[in-house]
Design a protein around this ligand. Structure first.
Ligand code: WT7
Length: 654
C-alpha cells in the first residue's frame, strides 16, 4: 500500500462542541472520561478488570483478567461464571420490571410494548422450549427471522441455556442460509412464516424449506406465526412457536457459563468466497456492548433508544439485543421498510414513541435526505437528544443535514467506528465531551489502543498521513476466533504484522488534533449500504451460472449506497452482444438467489477476457478505474491484450 494512495485530501475545518445543556448532564462528563482514559493508560488490564467487576453480574467472580498464553487467541475473565440473559433481564426485574424493554412497531398495525417482566417471561418460556427439544450448552441455533420481538426473545433464550446463536439476516437467500447452517453445525432453526417489508411478505419459511431441502444438521424448526399466511409445515420437523411456548413454565433457571463460552457466531464477508463465522464470547462481549452503550449513547433510564439495524447484523446484536437491555434501556423495534408507506415513516416513529437517541446508517440518511427537508419538518422531532451513525464513513453533507434537519442543531452526532469483529464501538465521540468534525469518528474509547501504522508496522505520526488501522492491545469484546477456522483468524487479523496487533482491514489517517478519519477497506471487501460484501463471494456466485466463465467484481461510488456492485463477466462461448438486458437481469436474479438481494450487481459489463498481470492476478485497480469512468493512470503495459481496455470501458460493443 503506497503512502500516496492514502494521503488524504479531506480538510474539514468545522468543529462542533457538545451543546452545554447536553454536556452538563452527560455521563461520562469530561472529568469522568479523562479519569477513564488515565486509568486505562496506567494499567490496561487492571482497567478492564475494574470495569468488568462493576458492570457485570457474576455468578462466580473471575480471578484472572487477561490470559494471553495462546495469543492472539486471547481470553478474558476466563474463570468467571455468568449468564448474559440474566445480566440483561433478571437483574432489572426488581427496579425496572414494569418499565418497557421493547416498544415494537409493526410495519402495519398497532405498536405494542413488552415490559422487562414480560420480556423475561417470554425468554424463559422460549428457553424452556429449547430445552424441551434437547437443546443445551454449546448447541448451535440458527435464527432466521424478521425484526420482531421474538427474534430478540430467541437470542436471549439461547443465551439463557448456553446455546450459541447465529442470526442470519432475513434478506439472505436460502443458499446463504444453508451454507451458514452447515458451517455452524446447527441443530435447530428458528424462523417465521414470513416478515413484512415495504408492503410485501418476505417468504422466510419458503427460503428455510429450500435451505433444508438437502441434508443439513438441522433436526427441528420452530416457526413463528408473524404474517399468518399459509405455509407448509413438515410433520416431525416443524413446530409452531406459539404452540411450543404455550406449554412452558414462566421461569427458567439459567445455565451459568464460563466467561469465554461462545455467546454467538455471526457470519460476515471477507476476502475469500466463504463467509466467516465470527465467534464472540459471553462476558467480554457483553462488557463491551454494555459499556459502549453508556459511553457513546449516554443511555439513561428515561431514554427511548432506537437503533434501526436488523438483528441479522452486529449492530443489531450490540445495540438492539444486548447493550441497551444490559443498561435497562427502552428500545424501539421497527419491522418494516424505511419508506413504507411513505418517506416520513422513520420520523413518524420518532415522534410517536418520543425517541431520544436515534442510531442509523449513512445510507439511510442519504436516502431519506433525497426526499427533501419538508418531509421530516412535518414531524415533531423535539424528543431527540442524540444522533448516531454507523457502517461507513458519513459524508460531511449528510452529516450536516442529519445535524440540522433531524437534530435541530441541538443534538450531538456520534459517528461510531467498529466492526462485526470488534463486538462493540471502538472509535467514537463521547457525546458530552468530544467536539465533533463532520466525517470523522474522532478518537478511541477508553481501553482501546487504536493506532495507525505503515507498511512496516511503524506508527504513523505525521498528521494526515494514512496507514493501516490497527489495535495494539487486546480488548474484552474482540472476536475470539473464526468458527472452525482458527488458521483463517490468525491469517486475516494478525499475520500481517506478526501477531503484534489486530489489523482491522481499514485504512485511516489521523489529523493534527489526533482525530481518526476512516478511508475505506484495504481488502477485497465492499461496503454496500453499510453492509459488507466480499467481491469473491459475488464472483463465485456469478461463476456458478452455467453460462459464466469468469467474473470480476469491484466497487463503484454510489450516491446513496456508498458503494455499488460492478461486475465484469466473461461468458462461455461468444460475448453477449446487442440486447443483453434480459441476460443481465437473469444474472442479477441469479446472484440474488445465491446470496441475497443486497449482493445483486448494480451494473454488469461483458468482456472477452479480464485484464490480468503476468502472474494471473486480476487487475482490480484497473477495473475500479474503468468502472468509475476515470482516466487510466496505472501501468497497463503488462496487459496481454491491451485492446481489452476499450471493451471493458464499454466503448467497443459494436
Ligand atoms: C466495516 C465493518 C460495525 C457495524 C456495521 C458494519 C466500515 C463501520 C464505520 C464508520 C467509517 C465504518 C469499516 C469497517 N465502518 N463503521 N463509522 N466510519 N467506516 O459492520 O459489516 O462488520 O463492517 O464497516 O470499513 O471495517 P461490518
Amino acid at each position: 500500500m503506497s503512502q500516496n494512495n492514502l494521503e488524504s485530501s479531506l480538510h474539514e475545518a468545522r468543529l462542533f462542541a457538545p451543546p452545554p445543556g447536553f454536556a452538563a448532564q452527560a455521563v461520562p462528563n469530561s472529568a469522568q472520561l479523562a479519569a477513564l482514559h488515565a486509568a486505562a493508560a496506567a494499567d490496561h488490564v487492571g482497567f478492564w478488570a475494574d470495569q468488568a467487576r462493576v458492570a457485570l453480574h457474576w455468578q462466580r467472580p473471575f480471578t484472572q483478567t487477561l490470559d494471553d498464553s495462546a495469543a492472539p487467541n486471547y481470553r478474558w475473565f476466563a474463570d468467571g461464571l455468568l449468564n448474559v440473559s440474566v445480566n440483561c433481564l433478571d437483574v432489572h426485574l426488581a427496579a425496572h420490571g414494569e418499565r418497557p424493554a421493547i416498544v415494537f412497531e409493526p410495519e402495519s398495525g398497532e405498536p405494542r410494548a413488552l415490559s422487562y417482566r414480560q420480556l423475561h417471561t417470554q425468554v424463559c418460556r422460549a428457553a424452556n422450549a429449547l430445552r424441551s427439544l434437547g437443546i443445551g450448552r454449546g448447541d448451535r441455533v440458527v435464527i432466521y427471522m424478521p425484526l420482531v420481538p421474538e427474534a430478540i426473545i430467541a437470542m436471549h433464550a439461547c443465551a439463557r441455556i448456553g446455546a450459541i446463536h447465529s442470526v442470519v439476516f432475513g434478506g439472505f437467500s436460502a443458499l446463504s442460509l444453508r451454507d451458514r447452517i452447515i458451517d455452524a453445525g446447527a441443530r435447530l432453526l428458528i424462523t417465521a412464516d414470513g416478515g413484512h417489508r415495504g408492503g410485501h411478505i418476505v417468504e422466510l419459511k419458503a427460503a428455510a424449506d429450500k435451505a433444508l431441502a438437502e441434508h443439513t444438521p438441522i433436526e427441528q424448526v420452530i416457526v413463528l406465526r408473524q404474517t399468518g399466511h399459509d405455509v407448509p409445515m413438515q410433520a416431525g420437523r416443524d413446530l409452531w412457536w406459539h404452540e411450543l411456548l404455550a406449554a412452558q413454565p414462566d421461569s427458567c433457571p439459567p445455565e451459568w457459563v464460563d466467561a469465554e463460552h461462545p455467546l454467538f457466531l455471526l457470519y460476515t464477508s471477507g476476502s475469500t468466497g466463504k463467509p466467516k463465522g465470527i465467534q464472540h464470547s459471553s462476558a467480554g462481549y457483553l462488557l463491551g456492548a454494555k459499556l459502549s452503550t453508556q459511553w457513546v449513547f449516554d443511555l439513561k433510564p428515561a431514554d427511548v433508544f432506537w437503533c434501526t439495524a436488523d438483528v441479522g447484523w452486529i449492530t443489531g446484536h450490540s445495540y438492539v439485543a444486548y447493550g441497551p437491555l444490559a443498561n435497562a434501556g427502552t428500545i424501539v423495534l421497527y419491522e418494516g421498510g424505511p419508506t413504507y408507506p411513505d418517506a416520513g415513516r422513520f420520523w413518524r416513529i420518532i415522534e410517536r414513541h418520543r425517541v431520544s437517541i436515534f442510531y442509523t446508517a449513512p445510507t439511510a440518511i442519504r436516502a431519506l435526505m433525497k426526499f427533501g427537508d419538508d418531509v421530516p419538518k412535518q414531524y415533531d422531532l423535539s424528543s431527540l437528544r442524540l444522533l448516531g451513525s454507523v457502517g461507513e464513513p458519513i459524508n460531511p453533507e449528510a452529516w450536516m443535514w442529519y445535524r440540522s434537519v433531524i437534530g435541530g442543531d441541538r443534538c450531538p452526532i456520534v459517528d461510531t467506528w467498529w466492526q462485526t469483529e470488534t463486538g462493540a464501538i471502538l472509535i467514537s465521540p463521547v457525546p458530552g465531551v468530544t467536539a465533533t468534525k463532520p466525517g470523522s469518528c474522532t478518537q478511541p474509547l477508553p481501553g482501546i489502543a487504536a493506532d495507525i501504522v505503515d507498511d512496516d508496522g511503524n506508527a504513523v505520526t505525521r498528521a494526515d498521513a494514512g496507514g493501516y488501522l490497527v489495535v495494539r492491545k487486546p480488548w474484552p469484546s474482540m472476536l475470539r476466533t473464526i468458527w472452525n477456522d482458527n488458521e483463517r483468524y490468525l491469517e486475516t487479523y494478525w499475520a500481517r504484522f506478526q501477531n503484534r496487533y489486530y489489523v482491522a482491514g481499514d485504512s485511516a489517517h489521523r489529523d493534527a488534533d489526533g482525530y481518526y478519519w476512516i478511508m475505506g477497506r484495504i481488502d477485497d471487501v465492499l461496503n454496500v449500504a453499510g453492509h459488507r460484501l466480499g467481491t469473491m463471494e459475488i464472483e463465485s456466485a456469478l461463476v456458478a451460472h452455467p453460462r459464466v466463465a469468469e467474473a470480476a467484481v469491484v466497487g463503484k461510488p454510489h450516491e446513496i449506497k456508498g458503494e455499488a456492485v460492478f461486475a465484469y463477466v466473461v461468458c462461455l462461448g461468444e460475448r453477449p452482444e446487442g440486447d443483453v438486458q434480459a441476460f443481465i437481469d437473469e444474472l442479477r436474479h441469479w446472484v440474488g438467489e445465491q446470496l441475497g438481494a443486497i449482493a445483486k450487481p448494480d451494473e454488469i459489463r461483458f468482456a472477452d477476457n479480464l485484464p490480468k498481470t503476468r502472474s494471473g492476478k486480476i487487475m482490480r485497480r484497473l477495473l475500479r478505474t474503468i468502472a468509475r469512468g476515470e482516466d487510466i493512470t496505472q501501468d497497463i503495459s503488462t496487459l496481454e491484450n491491451p485492446a481489452i481496455v476499450e471493451q471493458l470501458r464499454g466503448k467497443s460493443s459494436s
